[in-house]
Structure formats: structure tokens, C-alpha cells
Ligand binder design. Sequence first.
Ligand SMILES: NC(=O)c1ccc[n+]([C@@H]2O[C@H](COP(=O)([O-])OP(=O)(O)OC[C@H]3O[C@@H](n4cnc5c(N)ncnc54)[C@H](OP(=O)(O)O)[C@@H]3O)[C@@H](O)[C@H]2O)c1
Length: 326
Amino acid sequence: MRAVHAEGTGGPEVLSVREVDDVRPGPGELVIEVAATAVNRADTLQRQGFYPPPKGASDIIGLECSGRVAELGEGLDGAAWAVDDEVCALLAGGGYASRVAVPAGQVMPVPDGVDLVTAAALPEVACTVWSNVFMVAGLQPGESFLVHGGAGGIGTFAIQLAAALGSRVLTTGGTAEKRAFCAELGAAVTIDYHDEDFVEVARGEPAGGVDVILDNMGASYLGRNVDALATEGRLVVIGMQGGVKGELNLATLLNKRAAVIATSLRGRPTEGKAAICAAVVEHVWPLVADGSVRAIIDRTLPLEEVAEAHRVMGEGTHTGKIVLTL
Ligand SMILES: NC(=O)c1ccc[n+]([C@@H]2O[C@H](COP(=O)([O-])OP(=O)(O)OC[C@H]3O[C@@H](n4cnc5c(N)ncnc54)[C@H](OP(=O)(O)O)[C@@H]3O)[C@@H](O)[C@H]2O)c1
């Protein structure tokens, strides 16, 4: 099979496509003949040597894919999937390859009306946003929701999903063009993170803050995020683009009866990922199928141009996802 090989760690130039040994399905796994995969920020960290794969996962980069079922592992005969089914999957690794083995619970059908290549851009954003914003933070219709980095892969999906489910959405963005796009996707308020204070904007909301925040920045935004929460607000940290160690004012948190939670999708056990995938198929796929929410794709490149895809993500000029086709 073909796969992306990393020659040591470093910049995008360490990545190239090579022939490697075929993967075989383990018990309870199936093998997908990959049609497309997508780039995640975590992939760029893994390339640099900062985010090793969890124990037992493939050391080939790639956290999601779409394709056709090629082989069923032991114990899957007569199960939900058959050879040739079109699927997409949440992976712990191995997506940047022409074949990948994945536990059956992390495999999802391609939503109705979505083509196979576009489906590669859905598993990470749908599972991350649904699990954090709805399962963990419990965002309710009528509540307000701030997502940082609204023009990114996660942000573009979070804006649409929260707006479709009845929340008032606020978001931050780095350029006027990106903020205008976020507004088109359903953000009621867009904030320039270079020149505006999102805390001040949040405090201007009717509840004196926002109910839920999805944060990609970590340490550099920790104190201000707590300041921006309404009473009983929930902050979910999923990224550390602004560092790992921050200072938390417990008095502010206590007075607001607020919560700070941090989660990671990749390191969860298979059963946890399977529960999230099942919830996504139940709650999110119908909204994708009826067009309320769609995958936003910045560009699609052949797998051979993986280094260019990583360069673009590092530069941060993209809006939405970067997809790689096989
Ligand atoms: N914990 C998990 O399970 C999990 C799962 C998936 C993703 N993540 C994390 O989620 C984050 C987003 O992932 P992604 O795939 O959407 O990456 P992405 O497409 O590269 O998006 C990154 C976003 O960061 C924004 N940003 C940069 N500096 C900012 C600042 N000072 N204030 C606010 N926003 C800023 C960018 O905004 P502009 O483009 O406007 O500059 C961009 O929208 C990453 O940190 C990723 O590691 C975590």
C-alpha cells in the first residue's frame, strides 16, 4: 500500500509518499481502502515530534478518512458493514495511506448527499464539536456559544452546528475576510482577535457573558475565557495553540459556578470513540444530509502534495479543512 512516510521529525519537507507493507484487520477491525483523508493541526504537531501516536496506534499520520470497506476482521462477519460499503472513520492514526485498519465502532456511514471525498473532512470536526460542545458542555437551544478560531476546520463546523441547533454564536477570527465568512456560516457576532477584546464583547451579551466557550488557545486565553463566561458557564479547552500553563482565578470560577474542562479525542479508548461516533451519526448526520451543516473545504490536494498541505496549515491562511485524495 502507499503511505506518507516521515523522515525523522521537522518541517513539512520530511513528508513523502512511499510503498509500505499492507495493513491487515485485527479482531473487531475493518480495513478501509482510503479515498481521501484530511489534515488536522495535531498532524503537524506529530510531524514535528510533539504528539506521538497513542499506544497501539499506527505511526502513520492521519486522524480521519473516507473510503470503501475492503476487508472485515475476525468477529465482524454479518455485522453492520459489508465489503464495498462507502464509509468515513475517526482514526487514532494511519489515515495518510491507501489502506487503514480501524475498530468497527469508529466507522460511520457517509451522510446522505455527501460525496466520498468530502466525507473525509467530516469525522474529526463532527466528533470533536458534538462531543465537546453538546455531550460535555451541554449547550442548549437559546444559550450563547463562543468558538475561538471560527474560520478553522473545527470553527467552521462548530458555528454551523450550534446555529442550526438554536444557539446564538459568537466567534473570533484573524482577518476581515475570515470573519465575514464566519458570519455567512451563521455567527451572529464576529470579533477581531487582534484588535478587539472578546471579554468585553461577551460581557455585552444579555446574560453578561456566554454560556459555552470552545477554546483552541489554552493558556493564553484561560483567564479571559473565564472572565467571558456567564453564570454557570462552561469552558471547554481542546487546543493549546497559546501554551499549556495558565493561571486560573478560582474566585471568579466559584462566584460564577462555572466549569473548566479540557478534553482530547485521540487518546480516548475505542469504546469512548465508538459512543461519540454513534451520537454523531444520530444527531449530526441528519443535519448534514438536509444541508443545515456542511464540510467547509479550503482545498483538495493529491496525497503526494502532503508537504504543501502541511505548509498551508502551518501558515494558517486556510479557511476550513485541507483534504488529501488518493
Ligand atoms: N482536543 C481535541 O480532541 C481536538 C480535536 C480536534 C482539534 N483540536 C484542536 O482544535 C484547534 C483547531 O483545530 P483545527 O483543525 O480547526 O485547526 P485550524 O483549521 O488550523 O484552525 C486553527 C484556528 O486557530 C485560530 N487562531 C489562531 N490564533 C488565534 C487567536 N489568537 N485567537 C483565536 N483564534 C486563533 C485561527 O484563526 P484565523 O484563521 O482566523 O487566524 C484558526 O481558525 C487546534 O488547536 C486543534 O489542535 C483538538
